[in-house]
Design a protein around this ligand. Structure first.
Ligand SMILES: [Zn+2]
Length: 337
């Protein structure tokens, strides 16, 4: 019984209610958590051992939810000039000539790469979700005007991939802001938006879930730590969260985030290519063992050179392990059945 109580506290994330401190973005980080074995989905393990039997399309054993947050599309012209100069030095004249054209044709831009991403995923029988920011000029991290992406966003949707909302810095904690941004994206897309992730993984337990549910989202996929990969509440399956303040289930599905590119490779865990791959492989194998869902966040700005190679390595490995690789939207459709 004591063990079950511990698992319940982990599942509901009791420790995140009224924490004494938060990080600079008001997030509850892994370094504050009392649960130290982040690579073990303890709650999912318990459920599986007690008769929980998730099934996936075509009798697949586990699933991968592929997602992309679109923070940046444009770079400063100075950076183009620098890249162009670097290419000349490297003797790559073709690249050197390519950079100046970004200023003229937006589709030539290295981060205007949605079609390339879809093409790559298609090669492995996968689809994914793209979460777009809907910021206004002057808002923190404003980089692009959503309206200029109208055709592209509708193309992504028409191809069967998902367009979801990437909430801004305030959205996770502000209903008006959240709702306004959802409406803005829906106007551009021409239909309802059901999927969500907050920028910088900003999240408040359990209030953000309540706000998202109220705003009409069907699922969220923010719930992972920014400072470490793994299973934030011991779950490697989608779940309906509980609000410990009301004692009630919240009407939204969480597809918990497992791996974010910059957590592994740059900002937090600081792993090199091989170290990052070891962690990633271990997490994929763990999720496969428990017939779970592993959620991967790979930014469109991580689709170049070695980072692109890494993403393709994930797709290839999961394809070989016969995973169902899909978007949050299709995951939810299946989960609701
Ligand atoms: Zn973001």
């Amino acid at each position: 019984m004591k063990e079950e109580k511990k698992l319940w506290d982990l599942f509901t994330k009791k420790e995140e209610y009224d924490p004494p401190i938060l990080d600079e973005y008001e997030r509850f980080p892994y370094y504050l958590s009392k649960s130290r074995d982040i690579f073990e989905p303890k709650v999912s393990k318990f459920l599986i051992e007690n008769g929980f039997k998730p099934e996936y399309p075509d009798k697949k054993k586990f699933a991968v939810c592929l997602t992309h947050d679109i923070d940046v599309i444009k770079q400063r012209y100075l950076i183009y000039a620098f890249n162009s100069f670097r290419s000349v030095i490297k003797g790559n004249i073709r690249d050197a000539l390519k950079y100046p054209t970004y200023a003229i044709n937006k589709r030539n831009h290295p981060y205007w790469n949605f079609r390339e991403i879809m093409k790559l995923e298609e090669k492995y029988g996968a689809t994914s979700s793209f979460y777009f920011l809907a910021l206004e000029p002057g808002e923190q991290n404003y980089n692009y005007d959503l309206k200029t992406l109208r055709d592209e966003i509708r193309y992504i949707d028409a191809r069967g991939w998902e367009v979801g909302l990437h909430g801004g810095h305030r959205s996770y904690n502000n209903y008006e802001d959240l709702y306004k941004k959802k409406e803005k994206l829906e106007n551009v897309l021409g239909k309802n938006v059901i999927g969500y992730r907050n920028h910088y993984l900003r999240f408040k337990t359990p209030e953000t879930w309540e706000l998202l549910s109220k705003a009409g989202f069907k699922y969220d996929t923010t719930f992972g730590y920014n400072d470490c990969a793994g299973f934030r509440n011991g779950m490697s399956h989608p779940f309906k969260p509980i609000n410990l303040k009301t004692g009630k289930e919240i009407d939204i599905v969480e597809i918990p985030l497992t791996i974010m590119d910059c957590t592994l490779l740059r900002d937090y865990m600081r792993l090199d290519f091989n170290g990052a791959w070891d962690v990633t492989k271990k997490l994929i194998d763990t999720v496969a063992k428990y017939n779970g869902v592993i959620t991967i966040l790979w930014h469109n700005t991580y689709m170049q050179d070695e980072n692109l190679e890494f993403y393709e390595k994930i797709l290839k490995y999961c394809h070989e392990k016969d995973a169902w690789m899909t978007s949050g939207k299709d995951m939810i459709k299946w989960w609701e059945q």
